[in-house]
Design a protein around this ligand. Structure first.
Ligand code: C5P
Length: 208
């Protein structure tokens, strides 16, 4: 009865959040969307009129950061850009590390999704998935998601933003986005939601 820790990593709008929530429901585990932590810091900074190119100001925005997952502003494009910028700072990543590792360390285990769960937060997780999809398909999904939340969205802008975030997330020095050792690849480009979830459950059970 060892804890089931499931690390789900991948680029923006790859489907990792949906997959992580479904895995959590399937295995009866708590789930943390770690992107929301970075988004909450970004939203703090944005509300104060802080400068995302200052590591010092970004770090200040980490203190006592609370997350209301239903706050639509967390998903806005402005906050997405700020989140991508501030997540490159080692001090910001360090400030958010303990909270994530504590969550992963719960007795029965947990599902966490993000960029560095399998590489940094929980490198010993028994189940690791790396979820991807083509940038075009991810941009279409993000547009649908934003419109469904009543936020304005344009495909060209979103695609540019996805490329920019992919580049930043993969090229940063601290905890860059990459497939962790031992992680299984799940490409959802040609899969619908139900197919992606079914495949993720199969891959997870393969690793347990
Ligand atoms: O996953 P989501 O798009 O909500 O994440 C927002 C931003 O936070 C990403 O662009 C990424 O730069 C950063 N992030 C990160 N590490 C994580 C989760 C998110 O650097 N574990």
């Amino acid at each position: 009865n060892r804890p089931i820790v499931i690390a789900v990593d991948g680029p923006a709008a790859s489907g990792k959040g949906t997959i992580a929530r479904a895995l959590a429901a399937h295995f009866g585990l708590p789930h943390m969307d770690t992107g929301l932590l970075y988004r909450a810091v970004a939203l703090n900074l944005w509300r104060w009129g802080g400068d995302p190119s200052s590591e010092f100001e970004a770090l200040r925005a980490c203190s006592a950061v609370g997350v209301d997952p239903d706050d639509p502003e967390l998903r806005s494009e402005a906050v997405s850009k700020y989140a991508s910028a501030i997540s490159a700072y080692p001090s910001v990543r360090a400030a958010l590390l303990e909270r994530q590792q504590e969550f992963a360390g719960q007795p029965k285990g947990a599902v966490l999704d993000g960029r560095d769960i399998g590489t940094v937060i929980a490198p010993d997780a028994p189940v690791k998935l790396f979820v991807t999809a083509s940038a075009e398909v991810r941009a279409q999904r993000r547009v649908r998601e934003l419109l469904a939340r009543g936020m304005p969205a344009h495909l060209e802008d979103v695609l540019l933003d996805i490329h920019a975030r992919d580049d930043r997330d993969s090229s940063r020095k601290t905890a860059p986005l990459r497939q962790a050792d031992g992680a299984l690849l799940l490409d959802t480009t040609d899969l619908d939601v139900d197919q992606s979830i079914a495949k993720a459950i199969n891959l997870a059970e393969e690793q347990l």
